[in-house]
Design a protein around this ligand. Structure first.
Ligand code: HEM
Length: 402
């Protein structure tokens, strides 16, 4: 399939101002500037609108009729709720909600804690670890693999595929763009083949897992299509892992950048939940969310045309001074905290309760077992190669075993 840069895949090209490594490690001053200078602007090079203010982002996310999630170039073999509009979205969402009820998620508490403790046992005595490799990657992958019913031993493969799915080009050239598109195409194909095999197995021999549940589910008397089952399984793997990994990493990054937070959490572990919410606001794992205008519409005084792609920068909205008091200050007990890091409205993150639970458990366990957590000297931080994911590839830390 021929892909033109002007088609709706522009969201994988980074905003020009965020090209350097330093800016990607700390994009927030750029967002603040853009929000003040050009809160709604059209970027010719990416053929896309960028929206930076809370009020505008909130309005876009809450109006799926005006701003569609259906993307022209969604993969032909894969149909996901993320890229559906009502009424199909509402039907699918009602179905998969059944697998993610607060009761089911909170019932996973002790199991997630035991996986976390096993992972920390392997490193706790050493006084040093790579947070990403040793905890932040394996924890969400193991949990989601178990939920879906796929072997956790394949987790290196999952990680490889999800890295590629969120990847953006290294530089803003056609060559780099097409290279990334080809890599993505290949990863999606492999992911689809992998899940197609598991779906076939479960069809013959159902188990107590999510894929078997999707196979037996019906919407208005009709079974889900294979395309929908594959789409949902692969979405969970990609959407659920990379994001939670980065939430855990970003949380520990903040603990090392603001070490006084470690003492606050140690003295009062009950603060862990609001700490995680503030990490989500301050360092959101997903920086931006894409939509397509379904009709000509005005946003912040600009005329957006039917069919235009609109990118909502939640990472900017989360620091909008018209919505948050003192937005540049990290407040461990901030209330209210209406950040948009899990999105808003009908597509609000299905996995939010699970991501919150996993990251709270991970942070509590680290504080219990490790004193004086700090970034290893001479650590060179590398941003994740993606324009809309905020995180680092490694985060080597040192600590005092407790
Ligand atoms: C949707 C972020 C973890 C599954 C979303 C959206 C965001 C988001 C921003 C909305 C996208 C849009 O409106 O287009 C995050 C973050 C996470 C996280 C920051 C971790 C910190 C998870 C986990 C799972 C998951 C653990 C699954 C186990 C989903 C699904 C959707 C979604 C299925 C689509 C919901 C829909 O379209 O109705 N997520 N997510 N996410 N997320 Fe997450």
């Amino acid at each position: 399939m021929e892909i033109k840069k002007t088609e709706r895949y522009a969201n994988i090209i980074p905003v020009a101002e965020l090209h350097t490594k330093e800016k990607r490690l700390n994009p927030f001053p750029v967002y603040n500037l853009l929000r003040r200078l050009s809160p709604v602007r059209y970027d010719e090079s990416r053929s896309t609108w960028d929206v930076f203010r809370y009020e505008d982002v909130h309005r876009i996310l809450k109006d799926p009729a005006a701003f569609s999630s259906v993307r022209m170039l969604s993969d032909k073999d894969r149909e996901t709720i993320l890229t559906m509009d009502p009424p199909r979205h509402s039907q699918m969402r009602a179905l998969v909600n059944k697998a993610f009820t607060p009761k089911i998620i909170s019932g996973m508490d002790s199991h997630i804690r035991s996986i976390t403790m096993d992972l920390l046992d392997a490193v706790a005595d050493k006084g040093a670890m790579d947070l990403v490799h040793d905890l932040a990657v394996p924890l969400p992958v193991i949990v989601i693999a178990e939920l879906l019913g796929v072997p956790p031993k394949d987790r290196d493969l999952f990680k490889e595929w999800s890295d590629i799915l969120v990847k953006g080009p290294e530089e803003n050239t056609d060559e780099a763009f097409y290279q990334v598109m080809a890599e993505k195409g290949q990863a999606i194909e492999q992911l689809n083949d992998y899940f197609a095999r598991i779906v076939d197995e479960r069809r013959v021999q159902p188990r107590d897992d999510l894929i078997s549940l999707l196979l037996s589910a019906e919407i208005e008397g009709e079974k889900l299509t294979d395309k929908e089952i594959l789409g949902f399984s692969t979405l969970l793997l990609a959407a659920g892992n990379e994001t939670t990994t980065n939430l855990i990493t970003n949380a520990v990054r903040l603990l090392t950048e603001k070490p006084e937070l470690q003492q606050r959490l140690r003295n009062d572990p009950e603060l862990t939940a609001s700490f995680i919410e503030e990490v989500l606001r301050f360092y959101p794992p997903i920086q931006a969310i894409g939509r397509v205008a379904t009709a000509d519409v005005e946003i912040g005084g600009k005329q957006v045309k039917k069919g235009d792609q609109v990118i909502s920068w939640v990472a900017s909205a989360n620091r909008d001074e018209t919505k948050f008091d003192d937005p540049e200050t990290f407040l461990i007990d901030r209330k209210p905290n209406a950040h948009l890091s899990f999105g808003f409205g009908i597509h609000f993150c299905l996995g939010a309760p699970l991501a919150r639970l996993e990251s709270q458990i991970a942070l509590r366990a680290m504080i219990e077992r490790m004193g004086d957590i700090r970034l290893a000297p001479n650590a060179a931080l590398e941003p994740i190669q993606s324009p809309f994911v905020f995180g680092v590839k490694q985060y080597p830390v040192e600590f005092r075993p407790l």
